[in-house]
Design a protein around this ligand. Structure first.
Ligand SMILES: [Zn+2]
Length: 371
């Protein structure tokens, strides 16, 4: 597709011509750029520049490249690669070192629903126009406190408040995130609160009492795989999954779940880029598949709870960007969410605004439901 485009940012510039190419299955970045008629040496330079912000192996169908060239001389001026979630990478071709990542403005929308369970949770969510992935998200967050395979007899009432994130063109920018859930069961009420964006805790209440605090090392990250035996996504066989995976966008900040000392930073087989933090004698948190380490962090650094230590990536053996988080106790992995309460509660003492959080979320839920 060839369209004329008047460059509005520089009024004295001559008209630019745009060439657009959209990635297809099996495309390489070079193959995609070839379709924009860029000469081989410009393509090579563009790929080198792009690689600092984008792994060419992660090109997916639908990613789009636009090359803008001078109408008179035909000389390529700039290239824009649009990748997932509307993120754009701009390369200025007459000054190849200049590369800029442009994040889209996301629109956050609050939604609320309430329903009585009278079929599977999946079907009930679908009926209520709520994201069906919450069936999995909730079972991962609440199991074994609420064993989803046998806890429900029908008639339980669910209240759910969640956020959806849209791009300016209304496409989904990232997966919807649960903020508040209330499950009214015959014998008890379970509530889950994941409140402000600055707070990386999810709190679970039973009959209004805080019973568990989950610390989430990636803001807005969703648990995508729990601790325990599972079919390995890369090798196919059943292996012990030694941690918890949080699916998140590449580059999303990873923060320390608890304070401690960095005792290892570097690469480990399978884990890719990894940081080990010793929280207390014999208790180590491991953060794996990182894209980058936080600058200035070194072995021996002391980090505090919530401090940013790196960013989400897909280094090591992974199928896509995620944080693999594990806790080792005397060298042996334990369940970071439901392992020894003694160890976990010493990492995240149940202090903080947990009661006001709960009140606030109940209020937000009822307000959103009425809107
Ligand atoms: Zn994992």
């Amino acid at each position: 597709m060839r369209v004329k485009h008047k460059d509005s940012t520089s009024p004295d510039a001559s008209a630019l011509v745009e060439l657009v190419a959209v990635a297809k299955t099996g495309d390489t970045l070079d193959g995609l750029l070839k379709r924009t008629e860029l000469p081989a040496e410009v393509r090579a330079a563009a790929i080198r520049a792009l690689s600092s912000e984008f792994n060419p192996k992660e090109l997916r169908p639908g990613h789009e490249v636009v090359v803008r060239s001078d109408e008179q001389e035909g000389e390529p001026k700039e290239l824009v690669l649009t990748i997932d979630a509307g993120v754009k990478i701009l390369v200025t071709l007459d000054d190849i070192a200049s590369i800029q990542r442009i994040e889209p403005d996301l629109i956050a929308q609050e939604h609320a629903t309430t329903f009585e369970l009278n079929s599977s949770l999946y079907a009930s969510l679908k009926n209520a126009d709520a994201p069906t992935r919450f069936a999995t998200d909730l079972s991962l967050m609440l199991n074994p406190l609420v064993p989803f395979n046998r806890a429900f007899k029908g008639g339980e009432v669910f209240n759910i408040l969640w956020h959806e994130y849209l791009l300016p063109d209304e496409r989904e920018a990232k997966p919807p995130a649960i903020k508040y859930v209330r499950i009214q069961m015959p014998e008890r009420v379970i509530e889950l609160v994941r409140s402000s964006d600055s707070d990386n805790h999810a709190r679970i209440y039973e009959n209004g009492e805080l019973v568990r605090t989950l610390v989430i090392p990636v803001e807005e990250g969703q648990i995508s795989s729990a601790f325990g035996p599972r079919e390995h996504p890369v090798f196919g066989n059943v292996r012990q999954h030694t941690g918890v995976d949080y699916a998140a966008q590449r580059g999303a900040p990873v923060s320390a779940v608890a304070a401690g000392e960095v005792i290892f930073m570097g690469r480990r087989k399978g884990y890719g880029r990894v940081i080990d933090i010793e929280y207390s004698a014999g208790v180590v948190g491991r953060y794996a598949h990182l894209e980058d380490f936080q600058p200035n962090l070194t072995t021996g650094s002391i980090v505090s709870t919530g401090e940013i230590i790196g960013s989400v990536g897909s280094t090591g053996t992974t199928t896509g960007p995620n944080l693999h988080y594990e806790i080792l106790r005397n060298g042996r992995p334990m369940d970071p969410l439901f392992g020894s309460r003694t160890v976990l509660s010493s990492l995240t003492p149940p202090i903080g605004p947990e009661q006001s959080d709960l009140q606030g979320m109940r209020y937000t839920f009822s307000q959103t439901l009425m809107d």
